[in-house]
Design a protein. Sequence first.
Length: 375
Amino acid sequence: MAKGLPQIPMEATGRPLSVPADDMPLPRAERPGWAVMGLGHFALSQVLPAFGGSKASRLAGLVSGDRDKARLVAHHYDVGEDHLYGYDDFDRISDDDDIDIIYNVMPNGLHAEWTIRALEAGKHVICEKPMANTVEECREMIAAARKADRRLMIAYRAHFEPNNIRALELKHEGAFGDLKMVNAVAMRPIDVSRPRDEWRVRRALAGGGSMMDIGIYALNGALYYLEESPIELSAQISTPVGDPRFAEVEDTMTVELRFASGAVATIGTSYSMYDNRIGLVGTKGRAMLFPATGYAGNELVEGGKEMGLREVPVGESSTIQFAAELDHFSRCVMEGREPRTGGEMGLRDVALIHAMYAAAEAGTWVRLNQDGTLA
Ligand code: NDP
């Protein structure tokens, strides 16, 4: 035997656990049961497949207005017929003990009503962004969660995305010095010939245009890194005249936010262009997430005072964000913890977006309360 090497048996034998027990998937029977509500494009393309990679969440039911579609999806995801619900018979879900959590993936204008109904049915709820069309609706959702003593989370998936998590760690490690500026852009062309974009140009269902839909990623991202609420903002809207897509909602919007610390942020969003990035600029260093909030393939680069930027390896795929988000909420429910992205955060962002609309309309800077509402 070579000197200095540990002694181990040379025949087949058991060895110690080599990964922490916490990293192992929970047995299915111990996982909270989830029902996904609104089987549209995002639910089918991202949410449902994410259960396959989850470690603490179990798909147990579906809620849909289209019974045939629900049956088909249930077949592929092995969901029992007795756990399928429509909008007309939804309230009987309160008797379904196999369902603990409902994921609301419906159009924005239906978030408040159906989140509140799910809470009243005794279920914990994760609701897609934006939390609701109005601040009042957000308040009602938070009150409903309190009254029902259930958890409420807003599905800000970028908080669970490895590049975004690493970038915030870099800030906390002091890599940027004082973070003084965030420049965030989230844009995509809208195409009303696709069913999923039809409701996005109708104010009653969308609540607003590009800012409500995708600019909210840039806003939420800027606040994620700056870790403070803005004290004032100014905004401009640029919408092509006569384009029927923008009869009810805005196209392009630019916003400037100021913070008590002296930091500033700029936000750009549009339904006519494509871009997705977040720039972080500090007194000592800088970083860029490009793309910042894609479903897959996000990248992070950082650099100091010298001009070059280097890639920051994060070791995990961006796609893990979806399962990580599900599992965070499952564990919050199991452990009775508040989620990282709760209703107050959702309310703050909806309030700030309405403040942006007010500032654009008035053509002036507007002052803000801590919760994002107009001062
Ligand atoms: P879709 O239009 O593709 O899906 C919405 C689904 O909601 C429909 O398929 C339908 O499901 C249900 N629904 C109920 N009533 C209506 C109605 N009156 N009009 C339209 N749909 C209705 O939209 P998306 O999947 O793209 O978006 C859904 C939600 O997810 C939105 O809040 C959006 O902001 C959010 N989203 C979040 C993303 C993220 O990255 N976090 C990405 C994309 C969207 P059924 O037929 O089963 O009843």
